[in-house]
Design a protein around this ligand. Structure first.
Ligand code: PRT
Ligand code: ZN
Length: 210
């Protein structure tokens, strides 16, 4: 029997809920902050703790068989993975926002403007689909600071409560995609006996919650 590997986020917004759902499936494992790999003692599974950005490619390439990651990260990396189950946490939207006093209120008005984001691939696709010619500035974090500093005319970022936009004097005017944490697998592994068993356990945990 093959020991499967599942990649989850090491630390960050999805870590706690990812660990929790696996524990609720009856899986027994140690969760030390310093350890990057943990062996499940009552199921043929190892847990790899990774940066979320690396998870889609690890799963695509079969280094990990399974992964728990935000859909936004999968779409941004363009990884070829199989979607097995939406997990109901890590919910957010990717939105375009501008300064409260900006006159930009439609996608068309972004033509010729500068947009700061950590999600250049998703944004580029959206702009092309809308035939808008804007300059994308790729920034790795704190993109909300851009418009206030004159660095960009707009931002494209993750929004959940909207509090960060508000605190930075920004307002969203369009939502490009919704996202939540999903369970993904290396293509072809969907029918593996242990994968099927794990997905069934996760689905019954999710059912018990509703
Ligand atoms: O270290 P690592 O690379 O693994 O983590 P990370 O820092 O890249 O990601 P992390 O932990 O911040 O987020 C992991 C995933 O959680 C994201 O890829 C999303 O799928 C999901 N998620 C859900 C969010 C949010 N909600 C969220 N609110 N990710 C980020 N945010 C940030 C957003 O970037 C913005 O700065 O929170 C701020 C906005 O929040 P509100 O509530 O003020 O709107
Ligand atoms: Zn990340």
């Amino acid at each position: 029997m093959k020991t499967l590997k599942i990649a989850i986020q090491k630390s960050g917004r999805l870590n706690e809920k990812s660990v929790e759902i696996l524990k609720n499936c009856g899986l027994s494992f140690e969760n030390y902050k310093s350890s990057l790999i943990s062996t499940v003692t009552n199921f043929p599974l190892e847990i790899l703790f990774l940066r979320d950005d690396d998870i889609p490619e690890y799963v695509q390439d079969g280094i990990a068989d399974l992964g728990i990651v935000g859909e936004n990260v999968i779409v941004e990396t363009g990884a070829n993975v199989s979607y097995l189950q939406k997990l109901g946490f890590g919910k957010c939207s990717l939105k375009i926002a501008v300064k409260n006093d900006s006159d930009i209120d439609s996608v068309a008005k972004l033509d010729g403007k500068v947009i700061a984001t950590s999600y250049p691939v998703i944004l580029d696709k959206y702009l092309k689909a809308n035939q808008v010619n804007a300059q994308i500035r790729n920034i790795s974090g704190s993109v909300e600071i851009g418009p206030g500093l004159g660095l960009s005319d707009a931002i494209f970022d993750i929004v959940s409560t909207g509090g960060t936009l508000k605190n930075n004097g920004l307002k969203p005017f369009t939502s490009v995609m919704n996202s939540e944490a999903v369970l993904v697998a290396t293509p072809g592994l969907e029918f593996n006996t242990e994968v099927v068993e794990l997905v069934q356990r996760i689905q019954s945990v999710l059912r018990a919650r509703t």
